[in-house]
Design a protein. Structure first.
Lengths: 160, 55
């Protein structure tokens, strides 16, 4: 590294302040990430990556529907089972799909009244496809959470 | 319920997802899709076959 390079890397205080995101920008980023989680594909769509948005939304939607059709259970936290929190986290990654399914099963009053313990996650443990269905539901949720990280990378300019 | 078909469907969804997540060119996506799909399907079949001798 030459002296010129190190000089060019040092920024004046005014430039450093200019590089920092303003409050409005960071609020927009948080909204973008929340929207990306809530509705699969929305974050990429807003960033102009429409093809990727459609593919991600389709993949998450197909995996979620397959999980539900196979009698999978939306993970809900259970006091006696600490690992159920991981399942709940993975399933909540599906955003509106998971919340909609929980509302469908518990009703809006039941969802708000018995949160977080006591929620019905649906599914049937005796069904042949129960374990497969859970796998599809967890996979869909985790893939959607990965898309949120991808949106964050794209929004920060670290990825195309 | 066909277990093999479910595994192939799962592998297909995951492969498409990661191909679009990690690659930005059509060729790169196609190559990664084929690679991950084959690793998952053929690898699972091979592991299943290897587990036959175990109780």
């Amino acid at each position: 590294m030459t002296a010129g390079d190190s000089k060019s890397q040092k920024k004046k205080p005014a430039e450093r302040v200019k590089d920092q995101p303003s409050e409005g920008q960071s609020r927009a980023s948080v909204l973008l990430l929340l929207g990306s989680w809530f509705l699969p594909g929305l974050g990429h769509w807003r960033l102009g990556k429409k093809r990727r948005a459609v593919v991600f939304a389709a993949v998450v939607f197909c995996a979620f529907i397959t999980g539900v059709l196979l009698d999978g259970e939306i993970g809900t936290p259970k006091p006696e089972s600490p690992f159920s929190w991981l399942a709940a986290f993975a399933c909540l990654g599906n955003g509106v799909l998971a919340i909609g399914r929980l509302v469908w099963l518990n009703g809006l009053g039941g969802l708000l009244g018995s949160f977080p313990f006591g929620l019905q996650g649906g599914g049937s443990p005796s069904a042949a496809g129960f374990a497969y269905g859970n796998t599809f539901l967890y996979t869909a949720g985790l893939m959607n959470l990965l898309t949120v990280l991808d949106v964050s990378d794209i929004a920060r300019g670290e990825k195309d | 319920m066909d277990h093999l078909l479910l595994m192939i469907w799962h592998a297909l969804l995951v492969s498409v997802f990661f191909a679009f997540l990690w690659r930005s060119t059509t060729t790169g996506r196609r190559n990664l899709f084929v690679k991950t799909f084959l690793i998952m399907v053929v690898g699972a079949a091979a592991l299943g076959w290897l587990m036959f001798p175990f109780p």
